[in-house]
Design a binder for this molecule. Structure first.
Ligand code: AMP
Length: 279
């Protein structure tokens, strides 16, 4: 596997991969890879001739009091996992390559980025959209794959690709979960053993609520019950729990398909997000 950190070298490598009309799929990540990321890589291998994975812990999507410095980083381990998956190219630029001095242009995400995680993390989705746009321009993939784990992010990237005519296909990959239901996340590494066993309350409550909503149960009651179950299970607080239109992310007061139950909750210093389809 080639590990490339320089844009000119990336250009040459991508041109070589695309020779003979071969297509390329990009899987953007922040590293600390787990089976969720690897499921995206496997999807990429099924749909494209060549797979490029990027690893970049993007400073502009972290708020001033968030975990940018503490975010887990282990490139050697990540690279070994990607070699096992048959990935040909790892794009791993430094911050100075991604944001050279004087960098002053960014993408602003309007409505889709305002609610849910965007409300709790001001500027987060502007940072995500900007770095993803840069990755698209750097790699020029035919296909890019994102996880449904970050449902709001996936909706925002799809919209950005359409709004700014990126001319590539965006694919969403299903959420990979541990056997007890907890969605895999690099941030699960922050959980103590006790918090990790408590964390099962989060997906369990969401799954129960999603079935109740699809069944026509009262929305406010169902969401309040889910929130109470998450806190009773050991979480400190629920940032948000909401039923949203699956595409526009508009908040729904009454269930109508396609809908998604979106939530974020805090346990100790760790903030976890998850979502379930409804109906
Ligand atoms: P991250 O490294 O957290 O930025 O995630 C990189 C990509 O992997 C994003 O598209 C995420 O949505 C996706 N991803 C992370 N965790 C999971 C998971 N448990 N299942 C599916 N996709 C995931």
């Amino acid at each position: 596997m080639q590990i490339i950190r320089d844009i000119a070298m990336l250009d040459r490598a991508v041109a070589a991969l695309k020779q003979g009309g071969k297509n390329v799929a990009l899987v953007p990540t922040m590293g600390a890879l787990h089976d969720g990321h690897l499921s995206l890589v496997r999807m990429a291998r099924r749909v494209a001739d060549h797979v490029i994975v990027s690893i970049f812990v993007n400073p502009t999507q972290f708020g001033p009091n968030e975990d940018f410095a503490a975010y887990p980083r282990d490139e050697a381990r990540d690279a070994a996992l990607l070699v096992e998956e048959g990935v040909g190219l790892l794009w791993a630029p430094d911050v100075a390559v991604m944001y050279p001095g004087g960098h002053s242009t960014h993408i602003e995400v309007a409505e889709l980025g305002a609610d849910y995680c965007g409300a709790a993390r001001p500027g987060h989705f502007d940072g995500v959209a900007t770095v993803v746009a840069k990755l698209f321009n750097q790699v020029r993939p035919d296909i890019a794959i994102f996880g449904e784990k970050d449902w709001q992010q996936l909706a925002i990237i799809r919209r950005m690709a359409r709004d700014l005519d990126f001319g590539l296909d965006i694919l969403g990959a299903p959420i990979a979960r541990d056997p007890d239901g907890l969605a895999l996340s690099s941030r699960n590494a922050y959980l103590s053993a006790e918090q990790r066993s408590a964390a099962v309350a989060f997906p369990t409550a969401l799954k129960t609520a999603s079935a109740a909503l699809a069944n026509g149960d009262d929305m406010y009651e169902t969401l309040a019950k889910a929130e109470a179950a998450i806190v009773a299970g050991g979480f400190d607080s629920v940032d948000y729990i909401a039923l949203a239109d699956a595409d526009s992310l508009e908040r729904l007061n009454i269930f109508r398909a396609p809908a998604r139950l979106l939530a974020a909750a805090r346990i100790g210093k760790t903030r976890l997000i998850d979502n379930y389809p409804v109906g």
